[in-house]
Design a protein around this ligand. Structure first.
Ligand SMILES: Nc1ncnc2c1ncn2[C@@H]1O[C@H](COP(=O)(O)OP(=O)(O)O)[C@@H](O)[C@H]1O
Ligand SMILES: [Mg+2]
Length: 250
């Protein structure tokens, strides 16, 4: 199986606190990888470091075999790493569709080839239409963010990430605040992404969702990987159970 994202010895320190401590993580093409752990375990910090938002992070990060740890955030995004945030920030004066069009403008590394045969506009609109179709938000596309429910805004946040044509999408708690029906639809969408050529790193508190849609799961506790395996292996892992029982917040 091809390694899409390969992380070795990733470390992030804040003063004396090792928020991410010697983390190894390999995400293959065509898989959904879950990243779970108690509050403060280092999940968001890991995503931040992968995307280049933490300049003092150490370790190596490769995307499709190419080292990217020296690249700036926008360069990593252009090479196919796209994230969502725990809090969704949409442009309030743009429609849902326009929010996606803005996200789709950032050209990918292969755009030089595509630009030769297709105009830029056509390429972004294709990506936007595909994102709208995948997330089933066509009925919302002319609305503005302030006309959406919390759950709809979160789905639009995911759609906007997909409009940027990611090779790997990093989802930070996409199901937070969704009702059970919205969560189920989101789960089905996430599960479908690898067959659309998009790898997924899913961080979420909803354990049922993570166990349902992930092919493999990595568990963090105090910044360290304490377990990694299939949902069945994680479900029955004593170290994981102890970490969660020891955490009062979850
Ligand atoms: N900018 C920061 N400065 C100092 N400490 C931080 C910063 N960001 C996160 N931390 C700390 O790093 C640890 C991991 O945080 P985070 O990655 O947000 O955890 P998670 O997403 O798993 O809940 C926590 O102890 C948190 O307080
Ligand atoms: Mg977090």
């Amino acid at each position: 199986m091809t390694e899409l994202l390969t992380i070795r010895n990733l470390g992030v320190a804040y003063g004396g606190l090792l928020a991410v401590d010697d983390v190894e993580l390999v995400i293959h093409a065509n898989e959904v990888m879950g990243l779970i752990g108690p509050n403060g375990a280092g999940k968001t910090t890991t995503i931040d470091a992968i995307c280049g938002f933490i300049p003092h992070a150490v370790g190596t990060i490769a995307l499709g075999g190419q080292a990217i740890q020296q690249l700036a955030p926008h360069e990593r995004a252009r090479s196919g790493l796209v994230r969502t945030f725990q809090s969704v920030e949409l442009f309030d004066d743009l429609t849902v569709r326009e929010n996606l069009v803005v996200a789709a403008q950032a050209p990918r590394w292969y755009s030089l080839v595509f630009d030769a045969v297709r105009p830029n506009r056509a390429r972004s609109f294709t990506a936007v239409d595909r994102a709208i179709e995948l997330t089933e938000i066509a009925a919302l596309s002319t609305l503005r963010p302030n006309e959406l429910s919390h759950g709809q805004r979160r789905i639009v946040g995911v759609a906007r990430a997909l409009a940027a044509s990611p090779a790997l999408v990093l989802l930070d708690e996409p199901a937070a605040g969704l009702d059970p029906q919205e969560t189920e639809r989101l789960g089905a969408l996430i599960h479908r992404l690898p067959s659309e050529g998009i790898g997924v790193l899913l961080v979420d508190h909803d354990m049922a969702l993570v166990l349902e849609v992930c092919d493999r799961i990595t568990v963090l506790d105090f910044g360290r990987v304490i377990a990694s395996g299939t949902p069945d292996e994680i479900r029955s892992n004593d170290v994981v159970i102890a970490a969660y029982l020891g955490s009062s917040s979850e």
